[in-house]
Design a protein around this ligand. Sequence first.
Ligand code: MRU
Length: 368
Amino acid sequence: MKVDGKHFRSIWLEPDGWSVGAIDQRRLPHEFVVARLTNVGEAAAAIRAMLVRGAPLIGATAAYGMALAMREDASDAALARAYEVLIATRPTAINLKWALEEMRTVLRPLAPSSRGDAAYARADDIAEEDVAINQGIARHGLSLIEAIAARKPGEPVNVLTHCNAGWLATVDWGTATAPIYLAHDAGIAVHVWVDETRPRNQGASLTAWELGHHGVPHTVIPDNTGGHLMQHGQVDLVIVGTDRVAANGDVCNKIGTYLKALAAHDNGVPFHVALPSPTIDFNVADGVTQIPIEQRSADEVTHMTGRTADGRIETVRIVPDGSPVANYGFDVTPARLVTGLITERGVLKAERAALAAAFPERIAAAAE
Ligand code: MRU
């Protein structure tokens, strides 16, 4: 997608053919800074520190991290070490494990001398596949937006989204934002309500930034505003992303998603989840009880960072000294609250039978 009119992806192979470039998302929206990752330790640190974040991008970064590892040492021991270092970075997004297993499946049977090239080739493919998947999600999600637009000619379709499931969270296009970008590019009037998404503010800092650069009308709202807007007919559709979908259709996503689903249910607003197939975890039967929820540093809640009027980036404390803090990164929305899963193979019911029929190869892989 576009940054100041120029096309960017969130991650790429540098022209040197081996190091990896990525947008440093910790610096947005105030500064556009590109980071260069040169070894597996830097790739792991980038995921852990949320220089890169968002489930599909975490997976792509881990894949390139494996390639960087194989470039330095392609032994069996180094392969195992790289896997362990990368898998330990963040616990909730299943795309991390999916990408690492894809890499390991390709690399393990090869002689060490062939592993470097094969690792870069598979990492590049994982990045390209992510873009293709998101374009599929865009096409299927577009029909939902078109149907609403047809019912209210001359008025914008109001979509509410939470966190950042935009192109910054993927390699390009995003998942939740993909249908929005396609609709906007096709001339359909869309307007996005952007949840700020405390505590890290991925909505206010990242989603608003990317929608703004692409020219999509949007309004940033405090996290607690969605219910009020829904009660007053100002939300036509909710589309969120996800970090892991259980076999039963339960959806894990950024903390606060569940409350939006409850409000949507109470107000008869369709609640859709954009779901790339690597995010399905057929090994988890029940999302509410079995998906590991990341708990993050108290600092993210006790402090906020922003730009002062004279242009300095400063961090300030907003919670009294000594007050305990809880910082759960994600929550799980039960499948019964999900209207549909927008996948690259169509819009599915949030239930095991529909997921299994659409993605039989993922069930087979999970059983291995
Ligand atoms: O903690 P983050 O910023 O990695 O969380 C991101 C989200 O919750 C996204 O909604 C999810 O990863 C889907 S991204 C297409």
